[in-house]
Design a protein around this ligand. Structure first.
Ligand SMILES: Cc1cc2nc3c(=O)[nH]c(=O)nc-3n(C[C@H](O)[C@H](O)[C@H](O)COP(=O)(O)OP(=O)(O)OC[C@H]3O[C@@H](n4cnc5c(N)ncnc54)[C@H](O)[C@@H]3O)c2cc1C
Length: 408
């Protein structure tokens, strides 16, 4: 067992940290206040090769691997959690295209996503289908050499700004989850409606509704075969969930750092508040949760790099990291007192952003359900998802070329 990062991974992490501290952190408070969509930063992350860590070089990636992706995402989230959402919106669809797309689809969409030229998104959730993905009602009806989509998606990150989307829709509703299919489409077309929505946090990650009214897309937009969408979606969520866990880890670290720094300076009753045992209790818990989350996130990423099943490990990591982020942000706010509650310090933003991790990519309840069923059932959700994905396409031998650094 080796807990050391390789020299290459340290270099990737340091590059991401340097970028996040210099380019993202200085304007984070202002960007959050103004709900700014930082297209320039989305592009820069593409130029640096951040979106290409788990994509082969032949499609514009650098094949550095999932641990590299986790380290990059963690550093970005530490500087500004909302900005890490873009990692998932580019990398999530790219991974699905790379794993399940045709050669033509890969060539058409992947390089543009990886370079940040197209802003991506993935559209699963609907007004009546949140945790229960199989309940989606958006339909895709075959009509000659097209599919015609009707329905609406909600809470879609990047919906107001995305150029392209991975869309899950029912090609045969009578088949329930076996009738769901996956599509990749250009959103800048007639038949697509967009509506921005406001949320508690992640203000720099535009979010909203996508509505489809006779939205006609070419038949070659279908990814895989009709009816494979649910399996693809479950596979995708395992990947985007891991990146999300890495983001939560970064935010937990940021909150702890802010709390420790303040506790070492602020004096009350003639001593630093960091000397009070009740403050130390909060700090100790923050440290423990963060360290546990770090090991779990890195293990889940490492398993992915070894091409080993990691569904259970991803759920454990995501649950732990999401709860660590929420705990740390809440604890930091308590430690900073009124200053924590003010907008002068970043911890109120940390708390608003942290809450999202307990909801997205499968809520904390859904992660606990997966973990508990894995422990108690014969056919566990984690094993079920792995078998579904393997049915679609067997796991290939490692293709990562751990030789080339992310481009600068
Ligand atoms: C900031 C943000 C960004 C998002 N981005 C995207 C995106 O890019 N693309 C996308 O498709 N979606 C996105 N979503 C939607 C997100 O995936 C859903 O919100 C999430 O899946 C939960 O669905 P829901 O909100 O409808 O809650 P529900 O599923 O209605 O759940 C409500 C509550 O019930 C609990 N619950 C539900 N089922 C069970 C169960 N079986 N056992 C125990 N408890 C249960 C949940 O844990 C939760 O506490 C985003 C959401 C947010 C907040």
């Amino acid at each position: 067992m080796d807990f050391e990062l390789s020299e290459e991974l340290v270099a990737v992490r340091d590059l991401a940290r340097d970028f996040a501290e210099k380019e993202i952190a200085p304007s984070a408070a202002k960007d959050d206040r103004e709900h700014a969509f930082r297209r320039d930063l989305v592009s820069k992350m593409g130029e640096l090769g951040f979106y290409g860590a788990v994509i082969p070089e032949s499609y514009g990636g650098n094949g550095l691997g999932f641990l590299a992706l986790a380290l990059i995402t963690e550093e970005i989230a530490r500087a500004h959690s909302a900005m890490r959402v873009f990692m998932n919106m580019q990398v999530g669809p790219a991974l699905v295209l790379d794993r399940f797309g045709s050669e033509e689809q890969k060539k058409k969409w992947l390089p543009r996503l990886i370079r940040g030229e197209d802003v991506g998104c993935f559209a699963i959730t609907e007004p009546d289908a949140g945790s229960d993905v199989a309940a989606i009602r958006t339909t895709a009806a075959r009509d000659g050499d097209s599919y015609v989509l009707n329905g609406s998606k909600i809470w879609i990150s990047n919906a107001p700004v995305a150029d392209t989307a991975l869309i899950y829709a029912a090609t045969d509703r009578s088949q329930k989850h076996r009738g769901i299919s996956a599509f990749y489409a250009n959103l800048n077309q007639p038949g697509v409606g967009r509506k921005s929505l406001d949320t508690l946090g992640v203000h720099c990650s535009p979010i909203g509704e996508l509505s489809f009214e006779n939205f006609r897309i070419p038949a070659e937009s279908l990814i895989g075969k009709e009816g494979e969408g649910f399996k693809i979606c479950m596979w995708q969520l395992n990947q985007t969930r891991l990146s999300c866990a890495a983001g939560a880890l970064g935010l937990a670290r940021a909150a702890k750092e802010a709390a420790v720094s303040y506790a070492n300076q602020r004096e009350q009753f003639g001593q630093k508040i960091g000397q009070f045992q009740m403050i130390q209790d909060l700090i100790a818990q923050m440290v423990v949760h963060e360290e546990a989350a770090k090991l779990l996130v890195y293990r889940a990423a490492w398993l992915a790099d070894q091409r080993q099943p990691n569904n259970l490990e991803v759920s454990i990591a995501k649950y732990t990291a999401a709860e660590a982020a929420a705990f740390a942000a809440d604890a930091a706010l308590r430690i900073l007192g009124a200053y924590g509650y003010s907008t002068e310090f970043p911890v109120e933003r940390y708390l608003r952003d942290a809450k999202s991790y307990q909801i997205v990519e499968g809520s904390s309840n859904i992660q606990k359900l997966i973990i508990a069923q894995d422990a108690t059932a014969k056919v566990t959700p984690a094993k079920y998802v792995m078998s579904l994905a393997a049915e679609l396409r067997p796991i290939s031998t490692p293709t990562s070329k751990m030789t080339r650094g992310v481009t600068v």
